[in-house]
Design a protein around this ligand. Structure first.
Ligand code: SAH
Ligand code: F3S
Length: 469
């Protein structure tokens, strides 16, 4: 069995081969996505890259010729899920081994990047391991794995993968719905001491303005109405205007807002230190920029923030929120939290609760600290006992749930627009999102893609009932 890293030369050859040899869709591709929105976006782009070589998406692994697990490494639980899933896939693969439809199994995403060859050692049924920076090489890696045996490609490519990935065809985009993700920035230079992203996604890279505009226009042409810009530090995006002037995310949002047919823009995930004045002003000046900001803080204690290498205090974070609210008073704020970072005392945890009280989040995500291999925090003294983390998480979540319900209740009586995304469970029911990213449902006459005006009439913990107005 050969485990090779492919050269740039081979990649070029394979791409040329792909161009001249476009086959009809005859093989089935199943992609299972774990982790963040960027993985959701990547999975779509992998499907787009594999379509010209004959792979059509399917929604079960059973009859699939190629199964891809697009993995997440952020917490131990997420990473371990991959191996239990691979165990199940191995059984399907073995049952198919002697038939004329053998199954190929690929592992992509952040576990692929972090563990590389180790995955082949732990799970023999895997045929290819491909890291996030080399998805444009998938067609050739799949072909090589089928011909020669397992392949591992986890180098950071010198070429721009986005340049080498085809844009989705209209039909594919339409099948995915009226909202879409668009990665504009990838990777992270911030090296928070708990976080694996700098190791799995590499250094911060911004995609050029023109590439983003082209992709946005093609999404809108296919019927997409809402675009969410993605990046691990999306507000660190920087580029150049057409006239060569350095610009940031605020200006990028202005450019996108001018594209005919874009009705809503959002962006995730932001870092407080990169919330510059231009971006804050965009929240005041751009009606298509939705009043929602995901701004993780992780903890409320300055000592813990420092140990996390976050380079801002709780007060600085609150100041950013204050400025954003001045620009856009109705903005919904969401966040991420980690409880039980090494050394976190009860009093320091209380500071997190105090910060939550001060912000009043519309929604938030909270996690128990999970030591990740290779990160500085994993080796720190004072690792916190599981029971303590459990208790802290429960206390934090009960505050966050209280605030989420209060936010939803405060929306009742408001009139707003809802972008209709899909049908509800019952006939005549429709589901969509409010500008504040709350799920809303209503009954009546509508179609997917409509922007309807509704009155919000009833609040639940996770959604709002609305009436067409
Ligand atoms: N910035 C990326 C990924 C963030 S990871 C994005 O675009 O979504 C999402 C959240 O996971 C982080 O904000 C943090 O709250 C949590 N997280 C990251 N590393 C963690 C760890 N080692 N243990 C527990 N939670 C973690
Ligand atoms: Fe997970 Fe990688 Fe996203 S580690 S959270 S899939 S960037």
């Amino acid at each position: 069995m050969s485990q090779q890293t492919l050269s740039e030369r081979e990649t070029k050859d394979a791409q040329n081969a792909v161009k001249s040899d476009t086959k009809p869709n005859t093989k089935k591709l199943f992609i299972k996505t774990y982790g963040c929105q960027m993985n959701v976006y990547d999975s779509e782009r992998m499907a787009d890259v594999l379509a010209p070589v004959g792979y059509a998406p399917t929604d079960t692994p059973d009859g699939a010729d190629l199964v891809v697990l697009n993995t997440c490494h952020i917490r131990e639980k997420a990473a371990e899920k991959v191996y239990s899933n691979l165990g199940r896939l191995r059984k399907i693969k073995n049952a198919r081994a002697e038939t004329d439809r053998p199954m190929t199994i690929g592992v992509t995403g952040c576990v692929a990047q972090a563990e590389g060859r180790e995955i082949l050692r732990r799970e023999k049924s895997v045929d290819l391991v491909v890291g996030p920076q080399t998805y444009h090489r998938l067609p050739e890696v799949v072909a090589k794995a089928m011909a020669e045996g397992p392949q591992v490609v986890t180098d950071y490519s010198v070429e721009d993968k986005f340049e080498h990935m085809p844009l989705a065809r209209k039909k594919q985009v339409q099948a995915r719905g009226v909202t879409a993700f668009l990665t504009v920035q990838e990777g992270c230079d911030k090296f928070r001491t708990f976080c694996v992203v700098p190791y799995t996604r590499g250094a911060e890279v911004s995609r050029p303005l023109m590439q983003i505009m082209t992709e946005a226009r093609s999404l809108v042409d296919a019927g997409v109405r809402e675009i969410t810009l993605l990046g691990q530090n999306v507000n660190a995006w920087h580029g150049e205007s057409a006239s060569g002037i350095p610009i940031g995310l605020g200006e990028l949002l202005h450019e996108l807002a001018a594209v005919d047919g874009i009705q809503r823009l959002r962006y995730v995930t932001s870092h407080p230190n990169d919330m510059d004045d231009g971006l804050i002003a965009a929240h005041r000046d751009l009606p298509v920029l939705m009043p929602y900001l995901h701004l993780p803080v992780q903890a409320g204690s300055d000592r813990i923030l420092k140990a996390m290498n976050r380079k801002h205090t709780a007060e600085k974070y609150l100041d950013v929120i204050r400025r954003v609210r001045e620009a856009r008073p109705d903005i919904a704020i969401s966040g991420d939290f980690i409880v039980g970072f090494p050394g976190e005392t009860d009093a320091e945890f209380e500071e997190t609760l105090a910060l939550v009280d001060a912000v009043r989040y519309s929604q938030a995500f909270s996690f128990k600290y999970s030591p990740r291999p290779g990160t500085p925090a994993a080796g720190m003294d004072g690792q916190i006992a599981r029971e303590v983390m459990d208790e802290r998480l429960q206390r934090l979540q009960s505050l966050l749930n209280r605030d989420q319900l209060a936010f939803n209740q405060a929306s009742v009586g408001k009139t707003c627009e809802v972008l209709v995304e899909r049908k509800g469970k019952l006939p005549g029911q429709w589901l969509g999102k409010t500008p504040w990213l709350t799920s809303a449902w209503f009954e009546g006459d509508a179609s997917i893609g409509d922007m309807v005006t509704v009155e919000l009439v009833e609040a639940g913990p996770n959604s709002l009932r609305a009436h067409l107005s």
